[in-house]
Ligand binder design. Sequence first.
Ligand code: AOF
Ligand code: ZN
Length: 385
Amino acid sequence: MNGAPAQPIGAPFPPARMASLMRRALFLAESNLGATAPNPSVGAVFADAATGEIVGSAVTAPGGRPHAEVRALSQAGERARGSVLFTTLEPCSHFGATPPCAHSVAAAGVATVVYGSLDPDMRVAGKGLAWLTSHGVRVLRGDFVKEADWLNLGHTLRVTERRPFVQIKLAVDANGRVPSGAGGKPVWITGEAARAQAQLLRARADAILVGRKTVEADDPELTCRLPGLEDRSPVRVVLAPRCGILAQARLFKSQKPPVWIVCGDSSQCGGLTGLPGVKVFDVGASTAGSLNLRLVLMRLAAEGITRLLVEGGPATARAFLDAGLADEAIIMQSEAQLDPAASLPAFGSKGMELVTSSNSYILAARAKAGPDTIHTYRSTAHWQA
Ligand code: AOF
Ligand code: ZN
């Protein structure tokens, strides 16, 4: 269709307005990613049917409630009557902690609901749309369904596969190499702009995960230090099959956000179990002593995690890739060249090609951040060109 958005018959607004209102809803949804778990971050925009003017808009509140639609509805007030709602997710139909959004929307006299993703939650799963239709509200699929599905992927995977969305982030040099990590502190490869982007990834995650070796080599804090977003730091997760993490690590200096140690034998974690803000999860180890990553992810999902950022090191990233459990790989590439004697190929022996030349991943975006380049690869299981 010449690149124009697919237009449902009888759309309430011209194509460009339909697209921009849904884009606005997506933008809102994106703004609270990482803050609403275990609930999805949804964006909702009410537009006046006659003028297309926005009369109320909101995102799911931090902590997951109230839901986006009811927050936006209270802004719109009487102007919701006869309006058009653009929402990134099918409005809910279940009586949970709050009354169902679909009921509130229909009761407010909204004329049309334009939605992005269907809600896979069995309590909703089409019943939200059915409620709306049976109460006289017109329901249309909106533009940017692919983008909405991508934003909701953490929620979808938690519901359908009982695991979170997994995003891998790795900073590499011009040759795709990473520092070998014996210095006792992080080695910065990328510049300030890329680092700020990396911090934003932390803000948009529910949890950040590293392997025990990264704690030893870098002694990181794993918090979000972007001005104004400090309270968006995710739960800090360390994969440590045999524990062995020193209680002196900087991670334990602050109790917030919590630190979760996922191990294969909690009897080895003696010194850590009593630390404030620290929880130990024992998922059992294989005979080779490694952890089953699917079990790790299921444990995190059971704790409410929908979006997990895997930050290191390369062996940990590689393990998620090998297990087919990485949904997105964000490669931040510097123009600098590391000393080969003090560096390793990213993702272990295979280097970056493990992602960049794989049929399982597709380049979804490439952008400059100062002198660095950010390559975003997405799993073709969830993202098509
Ligand atoms: C919406 N709008 O903004 C969100 C929705 O535990 P509860 O009662 O808050 O319900 C959580 C479920 O509601 C969640 O699993 C998902 O199906 C839906 N989330 N729905 O209409 C929203 N966050
Ligand atoms: Zn709802």
